[in-house]
Ligand binder design. Sequence first.
Ligand SMILES: [Zn+2]
Ligand SMILES: [Zn+2]
Length: 181
Amino acid sequence: MKYIYVKTIGTVEKVLVNNVIKVLGPLFSHPIKVIVDTEYPVYAFEPKRNQYYAKKIIEEMVVGLPSDCEKIIGITDVDLCTPVLTFVYGEAQLGGSVAIASFNRLKQEFYHLPRNDRMLSERLAKECIHELGHCYGLFHCNNAKCIMAFSSSILSIDNKSKNFCVGCRGFFDKNRKERYA
Ligand SMILES: [Zn+2]
Ligand SMILES: [Zn+2]
């Protein structure tokens, strides 16, 4: 039996994790296991930017991957970046096992708006599905409603659905079938 792992990194409220699990389980047809890691990823911190390099966190997650791990998605509150992008909501190994999602910029408070937990849960679930989609080999999709559409703003995240479009779904199913045949 293979599991989708959800790993919390730093402080993550349980209710947020539970909502992600509720969405991921049925969509990816795998049971979920949770790893709670309350340590902050200090090794990935870039003081000049006051942000964390997503890739370094992914590299750290690759070490000691559980043997029953189908895919693993890290969830963190720290603000993520890459050397070339000012920020990212998440990052994934294309066709690999490991992905990371940050909800730092998914919070209404980030935009000086009142806290909205339902909205945050929804956005984080979408971000996790999107990054795990990359782990299943999916690229970005031109369909703005598809979960694999690239999002550079919170508006485009809110605008897309939690589902793969027909094309992406087909690719995802085919990819899975080939691996499990
Ligand atoms: Zn993406
Ligand atoms: Zn699509």
